[in-house]
Ligand binder design. Structure first.
Ligand SMILES: Cc1ncc(COP(=O)(O)O)c(C=O)c1O
Length: 327
């Protein structure tokens, strides 16, 4: 990759394929945060793709904003507009990227934020670096037991959590940020990739980003999701998200369930070595929970001959490692 692949290389470089301008919305509080939209699209030379006649592009959503990184920007920005200044309450595990991004958004926009954290037992322990970052950004943490957390979408349980957190006036964003507004926000990601790639690939947690991405692509493009959780429930979830958002299925998309490495946050020496190697080859800071599994999956699929020669694959870089480091 050229110099433009480094996170510090903000000015557009020659291989930055970005061409469009970002639309502006009147009274949009997020506009003041100067997101880099559309995000850069960069071609990388990688013989593991080239030898099969494939082009690999990196869709650098990790460069949209230094604190609201990747799909977090796309999902949170529409919700921040809808919150219209109300406190934001959301949910996450102890290492949630989404909680950190919500806290950062609150800090940047002067909005109170409340994070409902899975695991009552954590309340009595020192905060891990991820939760410490949330509180440094002003997020108030409210710990709940795992059973309550599991039932947080039931109206009665949610109402009880809001009462206990003294947050009845809050604007509630679901775990992972994947509501209908977020899915619509991710549609822009698809729109930015129209005409630029045959396949747009990304790692999936809740599936919200894929649901929107697929809807934004043109009819001759397809989205490929690599779930990082084990369980095979995601097809159904994505269908539900598209139903709720658009009233029915949208776009061409599929999932390949073979690259979760045992489940969320599970890894192996092979995956870690792969991620380190990719980072060195392409000067790309590789986020390990999601992005490493995506890139590993794409290299494996290229080797299997899953993409016909002549295919251009865009890998969406949905996040950055935490704690931050420069490759
Ligand atoms: C870096 C990164 N990539 C991808 C995802 C998956 O997004 P989604 O939950 O919309 O599938 C997440 C979700 O938290 C993430 O943090």
């Amino acid at each position: 990759m050229s110099d433009n692949g480094r996170v510090t290389g903000q000015p557009p470089a020659p291989d930055d394929l970005t061409v469009q301008d970002s639309p502006s919305v009147p009274d949009d509080p997020t506009a003041a945060l100067n997101p880099r939209l559309p995000s850069p699209l960069q071609e990388v030379e990688d013989e593991r793709f080239a030898r099969h006649g494939l082009r690999l592009l990196l869709k650098r959503d990790d460069l949209i904003h230094p604190r609201l990184v990747g799909n977090k920007w796309r999902k949170l920005a529409p919700n921040l507009r809808a919150a219209a200044g109300r406190p934001l309450l959301t949910f996450g595990g102890a290492y949630s990227n989404h909680l950190r991004a919500t806290a950062a958004a609150g800090h940047l926009l002067g909005l109170p934020t409340i994070g409902v954290v899975r695991g009552q037992e954590l309340a009595d322990r020192p905060l891990n670096p991820s939760l410490a970052r949330c509180t440094a950004d002003g997020m108030r943490l409210h710990f709940v037991d795992r059973s309550t957390y599991r039932h947080k979408s039931d109206p009665a349980t949610l109402a009880a959590v809001l009462r206990a957190a003294d947050a009845q006036d809050a604007y509630v964003v679901p775990e992972g940020g994947s509501n209908a507004l977020a899915v619509r926000g991710c549609q822009d990601l698809g729109a930015e990739l129209r005409g630029r790639a045959d396949v747009a690939a990304l790692a999936c947690g809740t599936g919200g980003t894929l649901a929107g991405l697929a809807a934004g692509l043109a009819s001759d493009q397809r989205a490929l999701g690599i779930p990082v959780l084990k369980g095979g429930f995601l097809d159904e979830e994505i269908r539900k998200l598209q139903d709720r958002t658009f009233g029915g299925p949208r776009g061409n998309w599929s999932l390949d369930d073979r690259f979760h490495f045992g489940g969320y946050a599970r890894t192996s020496a092979e995956l870690d070595a792969f991620a380190d190697d990719f980072e060195t080859r392409h000067s790309l800071p590789v986020e390990h929970l999601y992005v490493a599994k995506l890139l590993y999956g794409l290299v494996a699929l290229a080797a299997e001959g899953a993409f016909p020669p002549g295919t251009t694959v865009a890998a969406v870089i949905t996040g950055r490692p935490f704690p931050e480091h420069t490759a």
